[in-house]
Structures are given as structure tokens and as C-alpha cells.
Design a protein around this ligand. Structure first.
Ligand code: GLO
Ligand code: NI
Ligand code: NI
Ligand code: NI
Length: 389
């Protein structure tokens, strides 16, 4: 394996990721990297071998741009896409940066803010469609509270639902063919954000008018902030047929939003995630929603972007080795025994089966006495990942 990114790997980055100025909560007015235009960022991504670029409405067109400025930016952006061959698989709306969103967007207590947010999302969908985006992400960054004295969460859910129902109909009315992908995050920037986990989003989707149009965009960092197992969240989304997009990065448990290079910190979790995506045959974008360290210049940003993709491909190769390793596979076969005698109790309920199972006598102690060799298996994986196998 040469670990070189190719279009078929579907590696994408947001304009906001490689375009991050390196500003943080304690240095908002001291960016360490000067701004680059969207067209320049596309060329940077082309240089490192990415397949696609995604954007928020205002990553491409600044909030206060004139129509003439907007046209020029789009023209330059389009030219850079053509030159590099990059595509735009996903677009999204910034409903969290501007002052007007200080109390949320779709769930704000102010009906003017709610209406403005839906207007902004429709315009964002128009913009994404101009560049061929087929996935539209909704991250409700400020849909939440610092104190629940201000809002009833039931109102929050109702407003969020109404907004999405409206936008699903808008999608149909324009014939855009978008699939919506809802992105959960437990907190930051709000004290608490509604629908804090991928699991919450999955349950919420079933309450919408067009559940078939809506899936999820789970993010590694966000599930880790909530102390959860990211791969398990992704698996549940996949099982529900709802894994429409994914945000890859890295994040230590229970910290603020770190948005690190994919695989920087939690190798094992990243490995299991890549293995899962490759084993099930996920065909969507592998989107990196991450930032280079504040210590980096734009050369460092390229190192960061190359690193995200390279690490993914290394884990993909390791997953292949895991699946082809005779000792590991033999052990796996041993620890997941065939049904044998239990087959007659398995599957759908029948009254006879239930009666037979109730009457069956199990040797509980003998069953429990069997060692499962999980220690051995996990060490084989560790050896494999460390490159000594
Ligand atoms: C912030 C989110 C953000 C979203 C983006 C896409 O933590 O991860 O980057 O992914 O706004 O809508
Ligand atoms: Ni995030
Ligand atoms: Ni994200
Ligand atoms: Ni983040």
C-alpha cells in the first residue's frame, strides 16, 4: 500500500477546516494564519490529493457580500474546482456565528430569528445546489440553553421539527434531491445543545414528516465529548440506514471541542471506526471536520490534511490485515461459536419454542467457566497495529 489519497477514497474537507485561522477561545483577535480565498483553499486541497470540498454558505460568500462580490467569488471558486477536479458533495448553513444566533436559530425564542434562520437555510441550499451538493448538513450549534428557565425543551424540539419539515418540502419543491444529515453535539458553544447525541438525532428523525429524507452526520469529537463510543454510534446509524455523512477528527474524552487531525490521539477508536466503515462498505464522503494546530503555517495545514488521509488509509490497510490474519480469524471463530444445540431456540417466537426453552436445563457454571480469550485477541490486534505482526 502506498497510502496515497485517490478520488475513490472520497476524502473531503470543509473550507472552514483547512481555512481555519488558528484562532481559539483565548486568541480570537490574534489569528496565526492569514485568510485564504475559497479558490486558494480548493487549490491547497487539490495539491494534497483530496476528492472534495464542502462549505457553509458564509465560508464561500461572506454574510455582507454584495451580489457582485458573490458572483466574482463563485466564478473564482468554480474555476478552481475545474482546475483541480475537486467536487462539492456537501453544503451546510452557518446558523451559529453571527450575533443574531446568540439564542439559537431554528429554536430561538424570537420568531424573527427563527424565520431568518429558515430563510438563510433555503438560500444556503440554493448555493449548495449550484455546485452540485447532494448532502445538506444541519449542525444546530446554538440550538440550546445555558439555563432552562428560558425555554421549554419541548418548544425547542417542536421548532426544530417545524423548521426541518419546512426545509424538506423546500427541497422537494426545488427538486434539489438533497439528503439531510443532522449532526449532534452535546455542548459548546451552548451550555447544552438539544439532541446531544447521534442516538438522539436518530430517534428525532422518526418524528419528522419525511424521515426517509433525513439521516445523520456523526462526528468523532462530538460523541467523545459526551464520553461515548463513536464507532457504536456510527454502527447504529448504519443499522438504521441513516449514515448519510460522517465528520472525522480526533478528540480526547470529556474535553472541549479539540477537532484534531484524524487519528492523532485515539488510534484504537479510529482503527475500529475505519474498519467498520470499510467492512460494511460505506460509500459516502470521508469528511474531515478538523483543524491544524495553532502552531502551524499553511505548510503545516497541508501536513495536517495529508495526515488525516494517510492515517485513514493506514488503518484501512491494518483492517485488511486483521481480516486476513489467520491466527486472529481462528481466534474469532473460536470465541463466536456456532449455534449448535441452541439453534432450535433461535429466531422468531413460537409458543412451542418458548415452552421448550423454558423447560431446557442449562449448566450455568460450565458455560460461565469458559475463558473467552479476549485478552489474547486484543493483544494480537495491538501487535498488528504497532507494526510488529
Ligand atoms: C462544530 C461542528 C461543525 C459542523 C459544521 C457542519 O463542532 O462540527 O464544524 O460540522 O458546521 O455543519
Ligand atoms: Ni465539531
Ligand atoms: Ni462537524
Ligand atoms: Ni468541532
Amino acid at each position: 500500500a502506498d497510502y496515497q489519497p485517490k478520488p475513490e477514497h472520497k476524502f473531503t474537507f470543509g473550507l472552514w477546516t483547512v481555512g481555519s485561522s488558528g484562532a481559539d477561545q483565548f486568541a480570537t483577535t490574534f489569528p496565526v494564519r492569514g485568510p485564504k480565498t475559497p479558490a486558494e483553499l480548493v487549490r491547497l486541497l487539490g495539491e494534497v490529493g483530496a476528492y472534495g470540498v464542502n462549505f457553509h454558505d458564509n465560508d464561500l460568500i461572506p454574510l455582507d457580500a454584495t451580489p457582485a462580490e458573490a458572483e466574482q467569488i463563485k466564478k473564482d471558486f468554480r474555476a478552481a474546482l475545474k482546475e483541480t477536479g475537486l467536487v462539492v458533495p456537501m453544503a451546510t448553513t452557518n446558523l451559529f456565528s453571527a450575533q443574531i444566533f446568540k439564542d439559537g436559530a431554528f429554536t430561538s425564542n424570537d420568531p424573527k430569528v427563527r424565520a431568518y434562520s429558515i430563510q438563510k437555510a433555503m438560500r444556503g441550499m440554493d448555493l449548495g445546489a449550484e455546485f452540485g451538493a447532494k448532502i445538506y448538513v444541519f449542525w444546530g450549534g446554538r440550538e440550546g440553553t445555558e439555563t432552562d428557565a428560558t425555554k421549554n425543551p419541548l418548544d425547542g424540539l417542536k421548532r426544530f421539527r417545524e423548521a426541518l419539515n419546512f426545509l424538506c418540502e423546500y427541497n422537494n419543491s426545488q427538486g434539489y434531491g438533497y439528503k439531510f444529515a443532522l449532526e449532534a453535539k452535546p455542548n459548546e458553544p451552548r451550555g447544552d445543545i438539544y439532541l446531544p447525541t447521534t442516538g438522539s438525532m436518530l430517534a428525532f428523525i422518526e418524528t419528522l414528516d419525511h424521515p426517509e429524507m433525513v439521516g445523520v452526520n456523526p462526528e468523532f469529537a462530538h460523541e467523545h465529548m459526551a464520553g461515548l463510543n463513536f464507532m457504536h454510534a456510527v454502527a447504529q446509524a448504519w443499522d438504521a440506514g441513516k449514515l448519510f455523512h460522517i465528520d472525522l477528527n480526533d478528540q480526547n474524552y470529556a474535553r472541549f471541542d479539540q477537532d484534531w487531525r484524524f487519528g492523532q490521539q485515539n488510534w484504537k477508536q479510529a482503527f475500529f471506526l475505519v474498519k467498520f466503515l470499510e467492512d460494511v462498505g460505506y460509500t459516502g464522503s470521508r469528511h474531515f471536520d478538523a483543524h491544524a494546530f495553532r502552531t502551524e503555517d499553511y505548510e503545516g495545514v497541508k501536513d495536517f490534511a495529508r495526515g488525516c488521509m494517510r492515517t485513514y488509509l493506514i488503518f484501512k490497510e491494518k483492517a485488511r490485515q486483521f481480516n486476513e490474519d489467520k491466527e486472529i480469524q481462528a481466534l474469532l471463530a473460536e470465541i463466536t461459536p456456532a449455534s449448535g444445540e441452541m439453534e432450535k431456540f433461535e429466531g422468531k417466537f413460537t409458543a412451542e419454542k418458548a415452552a421448550a426453552l423454558k423447560a431446557f436445563s442449562f449448566d450455568r457454571n460450565a458455560i460461565a467457566a469458559r475463558g473467552l480469550k479476549y485478552e489474547k485477541l486484543d493483544q494480537l490486534l495491538t501487535d498488528l497495529m504497532m507494526g510488529i505482526r
